[in-house]
Design a protein around this ligand. Structure first.
Ligand code: C2E
Ligand code: CA
Ligand code: CA
Length: 752
């Protein structure tokens, strides 16, 4: 039918006879086909039957109007105006309008955003503006002073415009997620408008009825409508929000409105058209500002996803992206890349003791320090926690990397001011290069990480990656994990090594020394796992455990009449924790013990870490009645100031001076000097590492008060310590039994 009509319209095939036949019946037939389609859909449809029924009635009216027109009215000498067909055509608009509004309501129920409302407004007012500016005026012009037929027919293009605008509104409410169904429907309505527009103009110019070209547009309109009926409807919410169709339609109308205004400049449009255009334009401007806001928000999100909130430095994601990009460039063009990984020493403890706010503030002030310490072409990022990374410019050599590491470490020498506190921090830096050390961006970071742990261990500030030490570090990291489990599963034990009076050999106390008994029965020594504990931030729980074991043991001794004290080694982490003294007090209370039962041993190096903070903690411990010993004395950065200023009760001379003092004159001189100095400062002296009788005698002669070492006993498990107590005089309640000889006490049951 379409082909026949096209041939007739375009090439005049069939002559006027054909034309009339086509006009009369072909369009009516197409209308009926459309009616059948919509009718079937209305019957099979369950969900939206009302909408489809309304559409079916509308199409039915339209088709019937054509049938009546073609079969009867057209052939009358003076067809009535309005005729029965006119009423039926008008009925079509009412039913079709209802169906479109129904469909629109369904889309709008899905929750339309401001953007969708605005887009719809722009499109509706834009379409209406086009119609009022370009379609109505020629009809009005043609209808001027015309007869009833023109006045009547004028209503059709207006009604067409209304349902076209309604359809556009529905598509707008669907967020412009157009599907084939709506494209076909809108095309069909536009064709209807075109047909009615042409017909009305022709009637105004005296034609009696529509010509074949108009009829072709109706035929196509029906065909499109029939095709639309069976198109699957896409769920608008299921369509990707970034689809081009969501942007292109509002954009098109944003262009159309100014075009109408330009047109207005040359040929005045009606006031209605002008107002509609302005509304569409204002809507478009608001829509643009919303789009702009969205874009800014998107930019913000993107930035937030790539920068670290605290320091505003690039984050791990961005650093990795940059690293990948640079690695790819180096793979393409040759050259090398060097990364520095930096980790703050003891940050975890600082964070735990000062609180997270202060920790965050500290990290914040570290950002600018780091950026200031590296060259302009380098990238500084915070990878997380207290871990930072620097990516040097391509082809920076080892010397440049070291220079950067030194700069960074130097920048840390100035104290940090955080929440009114003056904090001194140190950091460790690991250096690794691509392709020398690693073959991918990820392994490059890993190598720098391994090197950083090496630097922590060596305390040299920075280290280059070395594959030989890699396994060692990995093992260490695994160890940290296992240690955490060990703490939970009671694998941590304490051995006790007696401390005796130098002259009377009476046992006054014992030092608790940590041991890790693996499930397979093997015992790990502190040298094997203390460092891993520190790296993993497990120092605090470890000390807590040893204190608890030590106090439990001391209570048993006291209950049995042995007034012994117990010494526990503590770490920087413990001393930086202001709640440490309270924790100790709580532990003493829960064991029902006085404070004099416990002494803590601190090393000089741990005090040096932060004397301003550690001093008050030590003083508080002392106020509670817990004495403090300065352990390994002579090995640290022995500063006399510390000895004078810090609340210390006794010093323990490091065993490296003691063990060989009888053979090494220098060692003997050092031991002598330490004893002298300590006594002048009113401190007692304990010598550790006393391995033989000769050394014991010599220390007695020098005036050393207490001794500890294999000469007396090795560290012993709690139960074996009893044998020693039974054999030797102890504490204040010591009896007159003589001290056992070293040979009889150095035993095989020790756990060292
Ligand atoms: P330290 O505090 O200097 O402890 C004394 C160490 O010297 C012990 O080693 C002990 O077995 C050893 N020793 C004792 N007498 C002699 C001797 O006559 N000759 C020789 N050559 N060595 C002797 P251990 O138990 O392996 O402990 C090593 C270090 O581990 C300790 O040195 C201490 O710094 C640390 N440590 C031990 N237990 C703990 C603990 O519970 N917490 C903390 N934070 N550190 C601990
Ligand atoms: Ca010790
Ligand atoms: Ca020691």
């Amino acid at each position: 039918m379409i082909l026949a009509d096209v041939l007739h319209v375009v090439f005049g095939v069939g002559g006027s006879g054909w034309g009339s036949a086509l006009r009369g019946y072909v369009v009516a037939a197409a209308g009926l086909v459309c009616l059948v389609n919509v009718g079937i859909r209305a019957c099979v449809e369950r969900e939206h039957r009302a909408i489809w029924t309304s559409a079916a009635i509308g199409v039915g009216c339209y088709a019937l109007a054509f049938v009546l027109w073609g079969a009867w009215l057209e052939h009358l000498q003076h067809p009535p105006y309005p005729s029965i067909s006119d009423y039926l055509w008008k009925a079509f608009y009412i039913f079709a309008g209802c169906a479109i509004i129904g469909a629109g309501g369904r889309s709008a129920q899905r929750g339309a955003s401001t953007k969708i409302w605005l887009d719809t407004l722009i499109a509706v007012t834009g379409t209406a503006a086009i119609a009022t500016a370009f379609i109505i005026p020629p009809i009005e012009h043609a209808a001027r002073g015309a007869h009833a037929a023109v006045a009547n027919d004028l209503q059709y293009p207006v009604a067409d415009t209304v349902i076209l605008v309604l359809s556009v509104a529905v598509v707008g409410m669907r967020g412009w997620r157009t599907d084939r169904k709506w494209v076909l429907l809108i095309a069909s309505m536009a064709l209807l408008l075109a047909g009615d527009f042409a017909w009305t103009i022709e009637i105004a110019h005296g034609a009696r009825t529509a010509d074949s070209a108009d009829m072709l547009t109706y035929l196509l309109a029906f065909t499109f409508a029939s095709a639309a009926v069976w198109q699957p409807e896409r769920d608008p919410s299921a369509v990707d929000g970034q689809h081009w169709s969501t942007v292109i339609v509002p954009l098109a109308f944003t262009v159309i409105s100014p075009t109408i205004l330009v047109f207005d400049h040359f040929s005045r449009v009606s006031l209605a058209a002008f107002l509609l255009t302005m509304t569409s334009l204002v809507g478009a401007i608001m829509r643009m500002s919303l789009a702009m806001r969205d874009m800014l928000a998107l930019g913000h999100i993107r930035r937030a996803a790539l920068t670290d909130e605290l320091t505003e430095l690039p984050n791990r994601r961005m650093f990795l992206a940059k690293l990948r990009q640079e690695v790819a460039a180096v793979e393409r063009n040759g050259g090398s890349l060097t990364t520095l990984m930096l980790d703050l020493d003891n940050f975890k403890q600082l964070n735990d003791t000062l609180g997270h706010d202060a920790g965050d503030e500290l990290l914040r002030v570290i950002g600018p320090r780091l950026t200031g310490a590296v060259s302009a072409g380098s990238t500084v990022a915070r990878l997380g926690g207290d871990e930072f990374a620097v990516l040097l410019e391509q082809n920076a050599d080892g010397a440049a990397a070291e220079a950067t590491a030194e700069n960074v470490l130097d920048s840390f020498k100035k104290p940090f001011h955080v929440h009114g506190l003056v904090l001194r921090l140190t950091a460790s830096v690991g250096i690794a290069s691509f392709p020398q050390d690693a073959d991918s961006p990820e392994t490059l970071l890993k190598c720098a990480d391994v090197a950083m742990y090496d630097a922590k261990r060596s305390r040299r500030g920075f280290e280059h990656y070395s594959p030989d030490r890699d396994d060692y570090t990995r093992e260490r990291l695994e160890l940290s994990g296992a240690l955490a489990d060990a703490l939970d599963h009671g694998e941590i034990e304490a051995a006790f090594q007696p401390i005796a009076d130098a002259d009377t050999r009476r046992i006054f106390g014992a030092e608790a020394l940590v041991r890790w008994r693996r499930p397979d029965g093997t015992v790990r020594m502190p040298s094997e796992f203390l460092e891993a504990a520190e790296l993993a931030g497990l120092s605090r729980p470890l000390t807590r455990r040893v204190i608890s074991l030590a106090l439990a043991q001391a209570r048993e001794w006291r209950a049995a009449g042995h007034q012994l004290y117990v010494c526990v080694n503590v770490t920087v982490a413990d001393l930086l924790d202001e709640s440490f003294p309270d924790e100790i007090w709580g532990a003493l209370e829960s064991h029902g013990l006085d404070a004099d039962v416990l002494k803590i041993e601190v090393t000089e190096s741990s005090i040096v870490a932060n004397p301003e903070r550690i001093g008050p903690v030590l003083r508080r411990l002392r106020t509670l009645g817990v004495e403090v010993a300065l352990d390994d004395f002579g090995t640290g950065y022995s500063s006399l100031t510390h000895l004078r200023e810090l609340p210390i009760d006794f010093v323990k001379i490091d065993r490296s001076f003691v063990t060989n003092m009888c053979n090494e004159a220098t060692d003997a001189a050092i031991v002598y000097a330490i004893v002298e100095l300590a006594h002048r400062l009113d401190l007692q002296v304990v010598a550790e590492g006393v391995e033989d009788e000769r050394t014991w005698q010599e220390l007695c002669r020098l005036g050393c008060e207490r001794l500890q070492g294999y000469a007396l006993a090795r560290p012993l498990p709690g139960e074996e310590f009893w044998a020693l107590l039974d054999a030797a005089p102890t504490g204040h309640l010591a009896d007159s039994q003589s001290m056992p000889t070293p040979a009889s006490t150095a035993n095989g049951g020790s756990i060292e």
